[in-house]
Ligand binder design. Structure first.
Ligand code: PLP
Length: 409
């Protein structure tokens, strides 16, 4: 029998979203006539922007002709797309990012899970709590942790609690950590970080020779003018921060798969013998080893989001989802719930009623309102006592979900 990676045994029982799907299926099998509204997993529902669809058609036609056919593309993404990213996502905000600092990938999920590979196996990891579960889980299977305790905290990971009591802003770690996962706007709380808060993280990372892995998958949802869109808006971040973004939630690419990561050339790491090397070079090497690039058609589709027409259409999608967020947050607040988020992120973070656990509340909402949400505890121990709804449903479903939840819970 082959020996397997026993670090997998350290994982908590189920991936959150798989468990949500499992419980939902148990319910629908038992109640086949009930029409559920799914505001749980956080997948988008609106179709792709027309400019994106047109670009895909055109790129498909190119693939159909011998003269314009494309085989393997560059491992790190086509230059046309990387140039658009550098210009529109960063240059337009006064942030200089070079094209060879942009790595196009198949997802923010894979990037945020894979980046830990270029760091030492004994790095100490810090994660916001609650947060997207992929950061902790990918470090668990890389062997950086032990099993979780009864509260769900993995041994060896530093948890940074984010609760209403600290306005969802975690304190700096009180010990040394090496890899810090920050997610802003935050999934699941919807919180954003001020410029001052991010500057404190950058200062910490510089002082501790740590790295910030900054997941800005929901950057497009930032509405408050003073909130930074990129960690690189903070002085000194280029030496200590890697930023991940995605086309999933702004342009509806969850089924298309396209994202990118920025690794600035100033970032360096040290080997045990003192040798230093460029992290940009390491990530380039790693990408060349593990990827054969992303589909040309999908990269052309992503580039269409940067055309004037594409930008307008993406903005309209975001506004439609954020209108849903307001419908949920004002509706539930009027019904007496304490509600957070929904302002700079497509998530509504709801306090569960006193002494109702987040999984119990999930089951209650599913069983009585026939709405699927996500239990806060699944995003980390400090998410216990909260419940997440997403703004990614259709308008009609969103309105109906609020009407169903209000009187019954
Ligand atoms: N990062 C965060 C914080 C997310 O919430 C998600 C998806 O829900 C992702 C990354 C995944 O993005 P992608 O679809 O690009 O893999």
């Amino acid at each position: 029998m082959p020996r397997f990676n026993a670090a997998y045994l350290n994982l908590n029982q189920n991936y959150l979203f798989a468990e949500i799907r499992r419980r939902t299926k148990v319910f629908t099998d038992a109640h086949p006539d009930v029409r559920l509204i799914d505001l749980g997993v956080g997948d988008v529902t609106q179709p792709l922007p027309p400019a994106v669809v047109r670009a895909m058609h055109e790129a498909t036609d190119e693939m159909a002709r011998r003269e314009t056919f494309k085989g393997y593309g560059p491992y790190v993404g086509y230059e046309f797309l990387r140039t658009d990213i550098a210009t529109h996502d960063f240059g337009s905000r006064g942030v200089k990012i070079a094209v060879d600092e942009v790595f196009v990938s198949d997802g923010g999920k894979s990037d945020s899970a894979n980046l830990q590979e270029i760091f030492a196996p004994d790095c100490v990891v810090a994660v916001m709590d609650p947060v997207y579960p992929v950061y902790a889980d990918s470090n668990v299977i890389a062997g950086r942790t032990g099993r979780a305790d009864a509260s769900g905290r993995y041994a060896g990971i530093t948890y940074l609690p984010c609760t209403a009591e600290n306005a969802f802003q975690p304190a700096l770690p009180d010990q040394h950590v090496d890899l810090i996962y920050l997610c802003y706007p935050n999934n699941p709380t919807g919180a954003v970080a001020t410029r001052e808060a991010l500057a404190r993280w950058v200062a910490y990372a510089r002082a501790e020779e740590a790295v910030i892995l900054y997941d800005a998958a929901y950057e497009a949802y930032i509405a408050d003018p003073d909130v930074p869109h990129s960690i690189y808006e903070i002085d000194g971040a280029r030496e200590v921060a890697i930023e991940c973004r995605s086309f999933s939630k702004n342009a509806g690419f969850t089924g298309m798969r396209l994202a990118y990561t920025v690794v600035p050339k100033e970032m360096r790491g040290r080997a045990p013998d003192g040798t230093t090397t460029s992290l940009n070079a390491l990530w380039t090497r790693r990408t060349a080893i593990k990827s054969n690039g992303l589909p040309y058609v999908i990269q052309r589709a992503a580039a269409a989001t940067y055309t004037p027409e594409g930008k307008k259409q993406v903005q309209a999608l975001i506004e439609a989802y954020m209108a849903n967020a307001r419908i949920i947050s004002t509706g539930l607040a009027a019904a007496g719930f304490t509600v957070y988020g929904a302002r700079n992120a497509p998530y509504i973070w709801v306090r569960t009623p006193p002494s109702v656990s987040s999984w119990d509340f999930f089951d209650r909402v599913l069983g009585t309102a026939h709405v699927v949400g996500a239990p806060g505890g699944g995003f980390g121990p400090s998410g216990e006592g909260y419940f997440r709804l997403t703004a990614f449903g259709s308008r009609a479903q969103t309105e109906e979900a609020v009407e169903r939840i209000k009187p019954r819970l």
